[in-house]
Design a protein around this ligand. Sequence first.
Ligand SMILES: Nc1ncnc2c1ncn2[C@@H]1O[C@H](COP(=O)(O)OP(=O)(O)OP(=O)(O)O)[C@@H](O)[C@H]1O
Length: 619
Amino acid sequence: MRGISGLTGLLDSARVKIPSLAVFAVVLLAFPSIADEYWTDVGVKVLLYVVLGLGINVVVGYAGLLDLGYSAFFAVGGYTTAILVGNYGVNWWLTLPIAMLVAAIGGYLIGYPTLRLRSDYLAIVTLGFGEIVRVTANNLEFTGGPDGVILPFRPVLFGYELAGTQSMYYLVLVIALVVGLGATSLTRSKIGRSWESVREDERVAEAVGVPSIRVKALAYVVGGVIAGVAGAFFATYIGIVSPTSFTFLTSVLILLVVLIGGRGSLVGVFLGALVVQGTPEVLRSIGDEWRIFLFAVVLIVLMFVRPLGLWPARTRRGARLAQSAEEPPLPEVGVAPGEPLLEVRGLTMRFGGLLALNDVDITVGRGEVLGVIGPNGAGKTTVFNCVTGVVRPTAGKVVLGGESLIGRHPHQVVQRGMARTFQGARLFSDMSVVENVLVGMTARMNSGVLTSLLRLPAQRREEQRAGRQARYWLDFVGLSDKATRFARELSYGDQRRLDIARALASNPLVLLLDEPAAGMNPSEKADLMELIGRIRDRGVTVVLIEHDMAFVMGLCERVLVIETGAKLTEGSPYEVQQDPRVIEAYLGVDEDDEGDEDADGDLGAGPDDTTAPTLTKGQ
Ligand SMILES: Nc1ncnc2c1ncn2[C@@H]1O[C@H](COP(=O)(O)OP(=O)(O)OP(=O)(O)O)[C@@H](O)[C@H]1O
């Protein structure tokens, strides 16, 4: 099976890719001339499953939303066309956009209320939705009950009725091509990256600027539209739609297209459809008793030997590193250097009975580097979470550049100029380094669905600019040479740098770093200090939580100490280190005893106390 991976890599090179695509195209075009009526009919069904596979690939493959009721959208498209043509005599071509629209609305209706659910609950809800649609169609009069709706005539194109298997084959081939191109355009744009980021880690995606709920709803809508198209063609081809065509088994078969073919891969979708629709036909000669059993065996064997699918998404993904870099200018803000840029007043956060923050005030001047220190569990990360909208504080104000951030979603906070990193880099590990950075730019990109789908010049220009800026940030943190690697392949130090580059990619006014040096060795820490210095020199205001006092001393002009949810003190690093309350807070002893208690004197007693000086050293 290693052969297939080798083949995948080989086919990625243009020298092999173009001729193989040409051969593939010729086979597809010539198929009805080579095959008889029966196999052409199988070809039509394979192509319909390619279309359905492309749709569910968006929902499950890219956005990572497990959908066990996808046949519902297929049914909605089929029934819409059948009812309009069969019951009202509407022109078939007119029914196509209506079927797409109705399926899109279905996608939105199922999607929006359920998008806050975790994937296992989501699977149950979608399964229920699939059954509701089928049972409803089975019981309503205007859907024809169990008998379904008959389409009395076929679509007519240039005076030619598309009734035969051959003409339908070519029609569905064109649709599969158009849907495939559309899906490719979307998945290679900001939208596709957003889907993938949500699949990788929804909370982090939201926190780096991706409007996660909207992005997920969009996946359902796009998936719905594609299934609607497939449904409309299916209804026309078969000439009748009835509930038996849209069972749970249909949803499972469509899902298998992606699971067998490979998640997030277009070639995989084609191969998956070929296996799912083609294998039972190939096995027909052995008789019905064994056919389905053997089909199941084939599927199990395939899943066993190729758990990621026959043709999983390419190993070196999408965006290449741009040739040149472009430095983005710092966003405009009506705050002069040194003046308060971020103001936090009376910040209070209660988690049930726990008072995690109690009336905390913080002022950060523009261009400043502020250190936030405090013992474990003091509430430092909770400050970041409240300020960035990850949690809504119980009380208090957060104002950035004169604008209140309270009640804003994390992605809206990013849009307004505040970015953050996480304790322990939380990257999109199955995306490439450059794609991680590009996701960080989502909040500053304007292209919508239609411009991305049609790849309009404005969208292409924006993508190119984003690519150049991504290169700038990768150069900035020293990761350009690793741009096309998967994020998970990076060393720990590089992952932290990438986390910072992704945050910087939103071009923030304020950057919040949560324990950036944790787990780093001394030389990595020195490099990181130099990097944060350069970030400050660019004019970005930095607030960092850190346990390592040497690190804080070397970087911060001011240090704020939090203890048990309240501000203990603030001042220069030197003042703070001398403060007996700080020493007591950390060590639980008097200042005089401090040397006996902690030989290396790292204030934080954090996970990384390897390099810090004593409390009074280093001034
Ligand atoms: N979502 C939450 N639900 C309940 N309690 C929480 C939540 N987030 C934080 N806490 C609690 O709030 C307190 C402050 O936690 P926080 O993570 O802010 O501390 P910290 O100062 O960042 O600590 P560390 O240095 O260990 O990261 C802790 O007692 C923690 O258990």
